[in-house]
Design a protein. Structure first.
Length: 287
């Protein structure tokens, strides 16, 4: 297990799963420039890291992410001129960051405690799997501040649909627990932090039973299936299936016939998960 720390991000690698924790509890883990740059770099690195199995994104001290850091909004507004609109430029740059994150080729799990607000909800909506406690709250709070959830909207709509995205954006309502599950924001709930660690271990073990390269192709295909013409997608998918069959598929089928675990199988225990976050020093409630 290895851990790397920047001022605002803590990353631990265990069994080729990268545990990424936003570590700005004093700001409710709001996204500042340093966090955005660091996460974007991790996303780019993941494309070339053939050993990487999954990424887990969490917020420190029991709070996922309060969205964009509003501390510099005023300075951006003051800089607007007739020739240059830095507010629009910075907002679009955040959209480019979101595009980079959504292109992560391995399973991305968001573990949500406390709240995922504004851009924080956008981050959660980009994940392949969202785990949360019943008390975790999700909201598109931008309109209550007089702005709009501009760059995150495509990712929110993809996860929960247009009608539900309008409902949340037009009311700035906060949803939690079973309602968040019903709306499609959350995939599974755990009673508290300890139970959430156990739930995360279960999901990582499930992912660990799946072949790494097959999972990468699976994630790509899931994105393409809704965008490509049907016939073109099926032609491409057939070639992808063939590549898998000639590689990991041989080992997977052999293991199935022998009633043995496939060679890529990994398992996580709740103790493994707790050790990661204890080592990071990021567990516990915000003081």
């Amino acid at each position: 297990m290895t851990t790397d720390t920047t001022q605002s991000l803590v990353c631990t690698r265990l069994q080729n799963v990268l545990f990424v924790t936003i570590n700005r509890p004093q700001a409710r883990n709001a996204l500042n420039a340093e966090v955005v740059v660091a996460i974007a770099q991790l996303a780019r690195d993941a494309r070339a890291d053939e050993d990487l199995r999954a990424i887990v994104l969490r917020g420190a001290r029991g709070f996922f992410c309060a969205g964009g850091d509003v501390s510099d909004f005023k300075s951006r507004l003051d800089a607007v001129s007739a020739d240059v609109d830095p507010v629009a430029q910075r907002n679009r740059a955040f959209g480019a960051f979101m595009e980079t994150v959504v292109s992560i080729p391995v399973p991305l799990i968001a573990v949500v405690e406390g709240a995922a607000l504004g851009g924080g909800m956008g981050l959660a909506c980009m994940a392949d799997i969202v785990l949360a406690t019943p008390q975790a709250r999700f909201a598109l709070t931008e309109t209550s501040l007089g702005v709009v959830p501009a760059q995150i909207m495509p990712f929110v709509v993809r996860r929960i649909g247009t009608v539900r995205a309008r409902r949340m954006g037009l009311s700035a309502e906060r949803v939690a627990g079973e309602e968040a599950v019903r709306l499609g924001i959350v995939d599974a709930l755990a009673g508290d932090t300890d139970a959430l660690d156990e739930l995360l271990a279960q999901w990582l073990t499930r992912i660990g039973r799946c072949a790494p390269q097959a999972n990468r192709l699976m994630k790509t295909m899931a994105g393409e299936a809704a965008e490509m013409p049907l016939s073109a997608f099926l032609d491409q998918a057939a070639h992808g299936f063939s590549r898998c069959m000639q590689d990991e598929g041989q080992a997977g089928i052999a293991a199935f016939r022998a009633r043995e675990p496939a060679p890529w199988c990994i398992e996580f225990s709740p103790g493994d998960i707790r050790a990661v976050y204890v080592g990071q020093g990021t567990h516990g409630a915000i003081a």
